[in-house]
Ligand binder design. Structure first.
Ligand code: NDP
Length: 478
């Protein structure tokens, strides 16, 4: 049984107030006890982070950048170890963790290390005066994470903060406490000064204490919309800067001139990858009427060929959901969808794979005959449930795609270049994909509009979330 503690100021810390059980979603077994950090531990971690941040901010951008690039290389070398932890944390399949989810962390860290070396402000001139702007770090920043991509969330939040000269405190989700600790160990071994990156274990109470803490200048959340609203309210007293990566209910529009094979396979990936526990997933698949029957039949065949079970097995395509409670919630959405008139094309039930009977598994699910008013179409389910909707023309597709308070991702498939641009330009989303889905290279920003949040992760835009701009005006004559 693992003892899972907080790590700050360069070492593991005892003194947590109480503990909760960490379960492996694939088996339901308790594999560790997580010690919850107290508010005194938060105070101590903030004080240590403040001390570590001062000399870090004074180092040259070349120094900081090179250290972060070394850390990225060290994390890549530990890719398989980190991927096993990601599986233990989340229950997702190892093949996904090792090939994409875990490497996406070091990729962004490396990008931030390189980008900070070339980052500079602006210069201005007037008669008898000049001016310049500089980006300055905020101090101690904090990240509060969701449970679906713990490695990615830890690094996408901390790397721009560290590159800009801040210290960072991360509170992973209580359900995924493992990998962040390993990340800090690896980065400190690779040369990151101690006290700059810190992990505090805890639940929403700790999250709330972080938002209220006067020594923390900024908080970045990945989580649900309702949590996002609470974070803003809780951060108001200290006027903390806030960025929010929240939920989604993304549309994927398949026009009748698209590559059917590619469109059907992408729609599946955009729903069933990580058992559907992806914020940007395209859970509303709008299909042009002339190709609807054909696409639906292909997706049904492919979905029924998917194997669900042991996340570490090579022949498994979908692992477990995060918890029993979440599984029940997802299944109840399927029931509600059918009760509201949707047709269950495939899936919709819990499965108990041999040897993993107590794990939190369900079959990937497709619902057709959906309408825009159904709860399965309006609300974020965060599980492997695809809703299929039929449309007749472009204008209708765009209007229905945008009829949501979410605005994280959106996608479309067409071979018509003009239509691709025209439609992409009208979709209300922070990230739009054409003839593909869910790809986010480190030099592209990621984030939402509307109630999917604000602020951007990845790319140089992320620097803005972890710095202020100072304008200096210099008079050169009397
Ligand atoms: P939650 O919103 O429940 O929790 C997110 C984090 O916030 C957790 O660490 C949680 O702590 C913490 N938290 C909860 N309440 C508070 C509070 N009042 N104050 C401070 N912190 C708090 O989300 P889930 O973990 O269930 O993750 C799923 C959600 O995350 C989905 O809505 C999904 O769309 C979204 N998400 C968004 C992404 C994006 O980039 N836009 C990416 C991935 C997920 P704890 O749970 O430990 O108690």
């Amino acid at each position: 049984m693992m003892e899972i503690k907080s790590y700050y100021g360069g070492q593991y810390r005892d003194g947590g107030a109480s503990s909760f059980e960490k379960r492996y979603p694939a088996t339901g077994e308790v594999i560790g006890q997580v010690e919850l950090a107290t508010s005194a531990m938060l105070d101590e971690a903030v004080a240590m982070a403040q001390e570590a941040q001062k000399p870090w901010a004074k180092r040259s951008v070349q120094d900081r950048g090179q250290i972060l690039i070394k850390c990225a290389h060290a994390l890549r070398e530990a890719n398989e170890d980190l991927s096993r932890l990601e599986v233990q944390d989340v229950g997702k399949v190892y093949a996904e963790a090792v090939s994409a989810d875990v490497p996406s962390g070091p990729d962004v860290l490396e990008y931030m290390g390189a980008a900070i070396m070339t980052y500079h402000g602006t210069q201005h001139e007037w008669p008898g005066a000049i001016g310049f702007t500089r980006r300055i770090p905020l101090g101690v920043c904090a990240g509060i994470g969701a449970w679906n991509y713990p490695v990615q969330i830890a690094l996408w939040k901390s790397s721009p903060a560290l590159a800009m000269g801040n210290a960072f405190i991360l509170k992973p989700s209580e359900m995924t406490p493992l990998s962040a600790l390993k990340i800090v160990e690896i980065m400190e071994d690779a040369g990151l000064p101690k006290g700059l990156l810190n992990v505090l274990q805890g639940d929403s109470h700790l999250g709330s204490a972080i938002c209220n803490h006067p020594g923390i200048a900024k908080v970045s959340l990945t989580g649900g919309v309702e949590t996002g609203k609470k974070i803003i309210a809780q951060s108001a007293e200290s006027l903390k800067r806030v960025t929010l990566e929240l939920g989604g209910k993304a549309p994927l529009i398949l026009f009748d001139d698209c590559d059917l094979d590619k469109a059907a396979a992408t729609a599946m990936d955009a729903n069933f990858y990580t058992a559907g526990e992806v914020c940007s997933n395209a859970t509303r698949v709008f299909i042009h009427r002339p190709i609807a029957e054909e696409i639906l039949s292909r997706m049904k065949t492919m979905t029924e060929a998917m194997t669900v079970g042991d996340p570490m097995a090579d022949d498994v395509q979908m692992g477990a959901l995060i918890s029993e409670t979440h599984l029940e919630k997802v299944l109840s959405y399927v029931g509600q969808g059918v009760a509201e008139g949707a047709t269950l094309v495939t899936g919709g039930d819990r499965v108990h794979p041999q040897g993993f009977e107590q794990g939190y598994y369900m079959r990937p699910t497709i619902l057709s005959d959906c309408t825009d008013e159904m709860a399965v179409v309006r609300e974020e389910i965060f599980g492997p449930v695809m809703s299929v909707l039929i449309f007749d023309d472009e204008e209708e597709a765009v209007a229905r795609a945008n009829a949501t308070h979410f605005g994280l991702g959106a996608g479309l498939f067409t071979r018509d270049l003009a239509r691709a641009h025209r439609v992409a330009d009208q979709l209300e989303a922070g990230n739009v994909w054409i003839n593909t889905y869910n790809l986010i290279p480190p030099d592209m920003p990621f984030g939402g509009v509307k109630q999917s949040g604000f602020g951007r992760e990845s790319s140089h835009y992320a620097f803005e979330a972890y710095s202020d701009v100072r304008a200096t005006y210099i008079a050169l004559d009397d």
